[in-house]
Design a protein around this ligand. Structure first.
Ligand code: FMN
Length: 184
């Protein structure tokens, strides 16, 4: 028997990211899980308009998407608990810059994508920022034969329903391949 839950969003788990931007010339990092892939080269962020970082993204038209590992769970949670309005969150991390000089990135995160803002969709309570990935930086320790190995990245997965963090499970099948067994 199915139970109707109302209009409950169950599109979880999602990767937990740290979004970086300069606000008033200083790096700020904000925890965002409502991230998406618009097309292979661009990402979307669903960010409440109350966040301090939004103004920095709008002013510079740049931001970074950093993927923290499970080892950074306390720092990641902290960046989602406190606002840059009253706290300097950048001092938690070592910041570096790439091609875009205004997209601060976190050295301790093994993957960093610097993005250029290409569109902002104005929702009642949220800014939906759509960014084009300009360059991706990666620790060589998370590569296997030149490809990002998510078992090594150990991303933090987020589930809203019970406000919990999860770690990645095991790879169990090959995409665009296993289904071939059903081909007639
Ligand atoms: C695990 C986690 C995920 C979050 N995901 C989002 C999100 O997807 N969108 C959003 O608007 N806020 C999200 N937040 C809340 C912001 O990170 C939080 O309000 C933060 O303090 C805002 O920081 P700022 O004011 O320095 O920008 C999340 C918080 C946590 C802990």
């Amino acid at each position: 028997m199915k139970i109707e839950l109302g209009a409950k969003n169950c599109l979880y788990p999602l990767p937990t990211t740290l979004i970086g931007a300069l606000v008033d010339g200083k790096p700020n990092y904000t925890t965002i899980a409502h991230v998406g892939i618009v097309d292979p080269g661009s990402v979307s962020l669903g960010m409440n308009k109350s966040h301090y970082i939004n103004a920095g993204i709008k002013t510079n038209k740049t931001f970074s998407v950093n993927i923290p590992s499970t080892k950074l769970v306390k720092e990641t949670d902290y960046c989602g608990l406190v606002s840059g309005k009253a706290n300097d969150k950048a001092d938690l991390f070592k910041t570096f810059y790439g091609k875009l000089k205004t997209a601060p990135m976190i050295d301790q995160c093994s993957i960093n994508m610097e993005c250029e803002l290409i569109k902002t969709v104005d929702f009642p309570n949220h800014d939906i920022f759509i960014g084009k990935i300009i360059a991706t930086h990666c620790d060589e320790t998370v590569l296997t034969e030149g490809v990002v190995d998510f078992e090594k990245v150990q991303p933090i997965l987020f589930v809203m329903n019970d406000a919990s963090y999860w770690s990645l499970g095991k790879k169990f099948a090959k995409a665009w391949s296993i289904g071939k067994e059903l081909k007639k």
